[in-house]
Every structure is written in structure tokens, then in C-alpha cells.
Design a binder for this molecule. Structure first.
Ligand code: PNS
Length: 160
């Protein structure tokens, strides 16, 4: 059985993330999408619990998926849940350097883990959680950037 972990901040989950989730879930037996609990990051839009709820909502139709959160090193958590593969999405070449460094670091910490890069679908090439937050902050249209189910909750954060 191949179990993979797709880690990230997902603040908020975007259609680009969802595209990677859907495609990765077809490649493995079990996909664990896991939100990093980062105690040093004070400026998150959504709490970890809210991000988990959002991920559950937008992946409710995918059967072989589990949503969780983790603290500390990704490879420690991967070992704990018996995941053999780390999934990461790649957008532009600019992602490559940091993602490659992360993959090599994870491999050096835990040689049994493999990182699988999935290239983004072309329509999400420009998309990131930061872009979504910036557009929402200035009242712009985030339709098509985040799943419909969470669009209101993103906009609500900026109305407060
Ligand atoms: O969505 P993001 O913010 O690009 O995800 C980054 C993430 C969570 C995958 C990365 O920061 C991570 O794995 N953090 C856990 C700490 C860790 O294991 N660091 C060593 C690898 S560089």
C-alpha cells in the first residue's frame, strides 16, 4: 500500500492545492493532507483548526483522503504515519530551488522517503495563498482561485 503525505500551510487552500490533491489521490492508496502547525507564525489568516475544516469540506468527495495537522519535522510525522511519499506541487521554475532543497533535506533526514513533484495545471500557474489573501484584502474577485465552498469564509476574514 502506498501512503503519501501532502504537507503545507493551506492558508487558505486554493484551487491549485485542490488540483494537486485530486491528482495525487489517484496515484496512491491513501493521501494524508497535513497542515503545518507553526508556532512561530503569528500572522496566519485561518487557525489550524479552520484550515483543517476547510480542507475537509473541499475534499469531502475524495474517498482515500485523510486531513490532519503536524508539528515539528515533516519526516518525523511521515514516519509516524507510515507515509513513504511526500507530494509537492510545482508551479514556476522559481518554486524549484526551494522545493529541491527541501526534498534533499528530507531525504537526508529520512532516506526511505521519496518526494514526488506534481507540476501544476497551467491555469493555476500564477496562483498562491498569498495572492488570494492580497486580492481578498482589497476586495478583489477571488472566484476561480479558491474552492466555492470556502470563498465566503475567506472574504469574511477581511470584513471583520
Ligand atoms: O505550503 P508551504 O508553506 O509551502 O509548506 C511548507 C512545508 C509545511 C511543507 C514545510 O515548511 C515543512 O515541511 N515544514 C516542516 C519543518 C521541516 O520538516 N523542515 C525540514 C525540511 S526543509
Amino acid at each position: 500500500m502506498i501512503k503519501a503525505i501532502y504537507p503545507g500551510s493551506f492558508d487558505p487552500v486554493t484551487n491549485g492545492h485542490l488540483d494537486i490533491i485530486k491528482r495525487a489521490s489517484k496515484l496512491v492508496d491513501k493521501l494524508v493532507v497535513s497542515v503545518l502547525e507553526n508556532p512561530h507564525k503569528k500572522s496566519s489568516l485561518f487557525t489550524v483548526e479552520e484550515r483543517i475544516e476547510n480542507l475537509k469540506l473541499v475534499t469531502k468527495d475524495i474517498k482515500n483522503i485523510e486531513i490532519s495537522s503536524f508539528r515539528g519535522l515533516l519526516v518525523d510525522y511521515a514516519q509516524q504515519i507510515d507515509a513513504q511519499v511526500i507530494i509537492r506541487g510545482l508551479r514556476a521554475v522559481t518554486d524549484f530551488e526551494s522545493e529541491f532543497q527541501m526534498a534533499l533535506t528530507n531525504k537526508s533526514l529520512f532516506p526511505n522517503i521519496e518526494t514526488l513533484f506534481i507540476p501544476t495545471s497551467i491555469e493555476y500557474l500564477y496562483l498562491s495563498s498569498s495572492t488570494v489573501k492580497e486580492i481578498a484584502m482589497f476586495g478583489g474577485n477571488i472566484c476561480g482561485m479558491v474552492p466555492c465552498e470556502i470563498k465566503e469564509s475567506v472574504l469574511k476574514k477581511f470584513r471583520k
